[in-house]
Ligand binder design. Structure first.
Ligand code: T1G
Ligand code: NAD
Length: 699
């Protein structure tokens, strides 16, 4: 076994190297090793200064998250860091890769910090539902001031070395390749100059700016949408100004422990591991991805243009084919606008924008332009006849071995594949709007899709910085199939008496950024309308059908883009206001059906919405459309605004207890036996006293 912490002496410098792959997390062994190394350094007469550095690709990425939720074992990290800080001789941290969470806290406990220019630092704890619990909330404001500390700690964002230097968090940035060498050089200079560094904990934090804390509380409450940890973290930072250092540390620890024991922490840690587990699919283990050096896109509307920008931003050249020259020009215009937005937000340089538009991005109207591309993504109208025609034409020109992908939202990928002579090369890549922003990519595996094609989908998602989830073929795959079901639950409640605005408000209260009716308005109500019309012929006669959304569409009210939908958007407003005319249309529909409206509490709205979602998700897992429950969780979090801190619907169901979810479903069953039929998997797990997590493998 390798030693997780190594100690050696070189020219009077003690070298303390953390070596715990893959990211040098602070497991119990590392904490113990670090404590021993510091003790040894203190006693080592030959050592005047120490350097702590990480082996491999990074400094320390933080506490070992796998230990969360279990009893913490000694030595505790705050004690180890206090002993570093208390050391009579100087200790230097040499940062490279990412110094995150407890990793940065170790560095803050050192007497000076040097960083490679490529290093990043951050305190991402709030994103895991906790707060920096090893002195970060007390030492960072002493070094960088309250404003910077609140920014870093409430957002969890990663900060580059140069910005960290400006903020006073690191003392030097060097353009070197090896952190240990950089650390040694810095340490040598430090002692040569008779400097011993300084103890962050002994610095004066200055006067508290009460107004600043109120400002941060107001803006954080808005951004956090029900998530506790960023708000609690502000309390901890405030303690740095209200209390002496030692008492501040104790206050931080108490708040940390409170959050560590919360449901939100469990949900966020589940999301962290689930987002990494989704990439573990059988095809990615068993097959090599194909090389992708160029991308083709067919259709340059909302989705095609966004997909093109996602690929271009990842450095891939794109050829986009449209129906005619005017449409191709329009697509180029949309792409240019999206790139402009990127420049404005500092995501890409002017020079890179010029290079993309002048060299990497080309448009064409002839499919022959796609004859050399490695992967083509189709994003034309959602119409099977059109898709088949496109794939037939594509089949005739694409080079052998090229991957042919469809961005269809609902259609049968097997049927599309059958329009080609090479179904093994055909796959679904379901992107989300706006495609250059949304993190989710559903990789839809058809019956004949080759394993290497699936593996390529996952490799491409990584290059595009997206989270890929494997899905099987069915109407809507994982995400849209769920959406259709919970939307129905919402529609039924509206027909029975709730207003769309009450439904949206209840779900925003649950933690969604928007409710389903506002989302419909944003996406365009015509999309779901087309889907309802398509399904009408094959609809089960037992299904309850609700007509008010059709009534809006018949009036040409398609949502935001037409100025009205469920909400009114006056003068191109992005946020709509409730529309009394919509309520009147709904009331007329109720009356025509003889439904006496009743009221729904926010709690009942959430219960029904979640019961519908969980029940459909159980069917999706049982049918193998999703590999595991965690794949459903990631789909809803990364693509549908499900509150991350609730961990996704399956994790949420487990926290509620499946027996309780089943009891809700059984009660609802009496009212509509077709819609509320409990999924057999849910019944089986509930009867066995198990949760969905029992099907997640190691998660
Ligand atoms: N603990 C345990 N395992 C970890 C880990 C961690 N902190 N970080 C990463 N891993 C595993 C991960 O599951 C994956 O495993 C592998 O490492 C590579 O990760 C007291 C309490 C460092 C930027 O929140 O942000 O300190 O899937 O695929 O894209 O106040 O991982 O291969 O089996 O993500 O190059 C704060 C979390 C902890 C950092 C690297 N720290 N990690 O990204 O690789 S809380 C964090 C990351 C804390 C103190 C508190 C990223 C990364 P597997 P990867 P990557
Ligand atoms: P859109 O109407 O904005 O764009 C479609 C584009 O395809 C148009 O520009 C049209 O000119 C072009 N086109 C049509 N036939 C063509 C052909 N034969 N050859 C070349 N170009 C052709 O539609 P969209 O919203 O971008 O949707 C495209 C696809 O993506 C659909 O399958 C849709 O279901 C799916 N999708 C949409 C969303 C969304 O939110 N809009 C999300 C995920 C997936």
């Amino acid at each position: 076994m390798i030693e997780p912490v190594r100690y050696s002496l070189e020219d009077g410098i003690a070298l303390i190297v953390i070596d715990n792959p893959p990211v040098n997390a602070l497991s119990r062994a590392v904490r113990a090793g670090l404590a021993d190394a510091i003790e040894r350094f203190a006693a080592d007469a030959g050592a005047r200064v120490a350097v702590i550095a990480g082996a491999g690709r990074t400094f320390i990425a933080g506490a070992d998250i796998r230990e969360f939720g279990k009893p913490m074992a000694e030595p505790f990290l705050p004690d180890v860091i206090n002993s570093v800080e208390a050391c009579a001789k100087p200790v230097v941290a040499a940062l490279h890769g990412t110094a995150l969470g407890g990793g940065l806290e170790v560095a803050l406990g050192c007497h000076a910090r040097v960083a490679l220019a490529s290093a990043k630092i951050g305190l991402p704890e709030v994103t895991l539902g906790i707060l920096p619990g090893a002195g970060g909330t007390q030492r960072l404001p002493r070094l960088a001031g309250a404003d910077a500390a609140l920014d870093l700690i409430t957002s969890g964002r990663h900060v580059g070395a140069v910005e960290a230097l400006k903020l006073g968090i690191v003392d030097a940035v060097v353009d070197a390749g090896d952190p240990l060498e950089a650390g040694k050089a810095f340490a040598r200079d430090l002692v040569a100059g008779g400097n011993t560094g300084r103890r962050s904990g002994e610095l004066d934090p200055g006067e508290k700016d009460t107004g600043l804390f109120s400002e941060w509380r107001a803006k954080t409450k808005k951004a956090a949408r029900g998530q506790l940890s960023p708000m609690v973290a502000i309390d901890a930072v405030e303690a740095a100004f209200d209390l002496p250092f030692d008492e501040g540390l104790a206050r931080e620890r108490a708040l940390f422990t409170e959050l560590m024991n919360s449901d939100q922490r469990a949900g966020l840690i589940h999301a962290f591991f689930a987002e990494r587990a989704v990439a573990k699919v059988p095809e990615a283990r068993g097959a090599e991805p194909r090389d992708i050096a160029s991308i083709g896109v067919i259709g340059g509307g909302t989705m095609g243009s966004g997909i093109a920008v996602a690929a271009l931003n990842a450095g891939l050249p794109v050829t986009l084919v449209e129906r005619d020259a005017a449409s191709a020009d329009r697509a180029r215009g949309i792409v240019a606008k999206l790139l402009d937005d990127g420049v404005r937000r500092g995501k890409l340089s002017d020079a890179r924008r010029e290079q993309i538009l002048g060299r990497d991005f080309t448009t064409a109207t002839d499919y022959a332009a796609l004859s050399a591309t490695d992967l083509v993504i189709e994003a034309v109208f959602e119409d099977m006849a059109v898709k088949k025609e496109v794939f037939t034409k594509l089949d005739a020109v694409a080079r052998p071995g090229a991957i042919l992908a469809t961005n269809t939202s609902y259609l049968d990928v097997d049927e599309i594949a059958a329009a080609t002579s090479r179904p093994q090369d055909v796959i679904g890549f379901h992107f989300f709007s706006p495609a250059h922003v949304m993190r989710l990519l559903e990789v839809v595996v058809a019956s004949e899709t080759g394993a290497d094609v699936v593996a390529t989908g996952f490799a491409l998602a990584k290059r595009l910085k997206k989270v890929a989830v494997r899905a099987g073929v069915c109407d809507g795959f994982i995400g849209n199939r769920l959406l259709n079901t919970y939307r129905k639950a919402a529609d039924y409640m509206v027909e029975d008496g709730a207003s769309p605005y009450e439904i949206d408000a209840a779900l925003v209260g649950f933690g969604f950024p928007m409710g389903p009716f506002a989302v419909g308005d944003l996406a365009g109500l015509d999309i779901a309308w087309a889907g309802r019309k398509r399904r009408a012929a094959t609809r089960d006669p037992r299904e309850r059908v609700v007509g008010f959304a059709d009534r809006l569409c018949e009036r040409g009210w398609f949502g935001q883009k037409t100025g009205r939908g469920f909400y009114l958007y006056e003068d191109g407003a992005r946020r709509g206001v409730p529309d009394p005319e919509v309520e009147a249309i709904i009331a007329a529909e109720r009356e025509a059906k003889g439904i006496a409206p009743r009221s729904f509490s926010a709690e009942e709205i959430v219960t029904r919405y979640m019961a519908a979602m969980i029940n459909e998700a159980a069917k999706i897992v049982e049918e193998g459309i999703a590999l595991r429950p965690l794949d459903v969780d990631v789909t809803t979090i990364a693509g549908y605004g499900f509150p991350r801190w609730r961990g996704g619907p399956m994790h949420y169901a487990d926290r509620q207890g499946l027996a309780s979810v089943l009891a809700d479903l059984r009660q609802l069953h009496a009212e509509d036996p077709f819609f509320w039929e409990p999924a057999p998997l849910l019944v089986r797990l509930a009867d066995a006293g198990e949760g969905f997590s029992s099907l997640n493998g190691q998660d």
